[in-house]
Design a protein around this ligand. Sequence first.
Ligand code: PRP
Ligand code: URA
Length: 210
Amino acid sequence: MKQNVHVMEHPLIQHKLAMIRDVNTGPKEFRELVEELSMLMAYEVTRNIPVEEVEVQTPLCKTKCKSISGKKLGIVPILRAGLGMVNGMLKLIPTAKVGHIGLYRDPETLKPVEYYCKLPPDIEERELILLDPMLATGGSACAGIQFLKEKGANNIKLMCLIAAPEGINVVCAAHPDVEIYTASVDECLNDHAYIVPGLGDAGDRLFGTK
Ligand code: PRP
Ligand code: URA
């Protein structure tokens, strides 16, 4: 596995991943599971964020503790499927600022088309976690990362639930500075650039469309 790709093998993550892959899992359960998976993955993706020493008065005495330092984290879901991952992240990091990037994959060209962007201020000083459940060709993730960099971001992580080897290669080649966190690296893409075995269309399964 490439150096900057982190596959989260924790049994809870793998168990919930199996459930969202299941074609019989309906939108309500699918949404809940994506939220839970995002919360579990947030734990790992934030493992190296900087902390500083603070003094805390306990009921017994003063003691030195650790507290997250610097600018707050930013989380940036790629619309629309990335929205399903926001609440899980916010449960663990409630002070994170949330930006949004709207991209959809044109079904003919398979290229990402941008339609919305609203980001938190000072993004050059923030650690940003880009959220999208599916990393397929890598087009959407690369466009999202490029977009954040053009706005000044210089500390970006990508968190997805399922990644295809093709998408990983594309992101790693274009953005070697971006660490990728995923619950699975699947086998391949099919002729329609869907991840196999994957889970189907994440946006449709989250929102009950199709
Ligand atoms: C899906 C998914 C990613 C993209 C991945 O979104 O959520 O954003 O496809 O494919 P890629 O790696 O080949 O770019 P989609 O374009 O279907 O839009 P949606 O979230 O609005 O359903
Ligand atoms: N987008 C999805 O939602 N699923 C895939 O398998 C590929 C792209």
